[in-house]
Ligand binder design. Structure first.
Ligand code: FES
Ligand code: FES
Length: 166
């Protein structure tokens, strides 16, 4: 067993893990973060996507020991002060999910896409999400949601939402 110290969704943890424990196993079974899901055993589906130091990773493809000393954000840590993250809000408003199984990973990946490219084209969104599979939606509303979130997160978008909320 190896001791790791990791911050997950803003909370610090110190735990003993086996060297072979996957990050997704640690999150789900060790910390009860079951919002992060497993959809395959081939590193293909992206359902397990989380952020490691702010960058998206497939947590079934990372060992828990590799997160030692680092910061992990899961879908459960995205909302702030009871307010959905703009990407979560946009998925909700655009009906960008059906069964919802891909959604946690899709949203985490979409956040990463928008962090690196705040104003992506439809093609860039599709390319950014190509490692995340959805068996239900046909992707159309997912792309729409990411476009809507990009607008909401742009300086103009957040200024108008502040104006509305103030
Ligand atoms: S569970 Fe499918 S890529 Fe991680
Ligand atoms: S909503 Fe069912 S897999 Fe994407």
């Amino acid at each position: 067993m190896t001791r790791i110290k990791v911050t997950v969704d803003g909370v610090s943890y110190s735990d003993e893990v086996e060297p072979r424990t996957l990050l997704v196993q640690y999150l789900r079974e060790g910390l009860g973060k079951t919002g992060t899901v497993v959809g395959c055993d081939t590193s293909n589906c992206g359902a397990c996507t989380v952020h490691l130091d702010g960058t998206s990773v497939k947590s079934c493809n990372v060992l828990a020991v590799q997160a030692d000393g680092h910061e992990v954000t899961t879908i459960e840590g995205l909302a702030e002060n009871g307010e959905l993250h703009p990407v979560q809000q946009a998925f909700h408003e655009c009906h960008a999910l059906q069964c919802g199984y891909c959604t946690p990973g899709m949203i985490m990946q979409a956040c990463d896409v928008l962090k690196n490219n705040p104003d992506p084209s439809e093609q860039e969104i599709r390319e950014g999400l190509e490692g995340n599979l959805c068996r239900c939606t046909g992707y159309h509303n997912i792309v729409k949601a990411v476009q809507q979130a990009a607008g909401a997160m742009s300086p103009a978008g957040s200024a108008s939402s502040q104006a509305v909320s103030s």
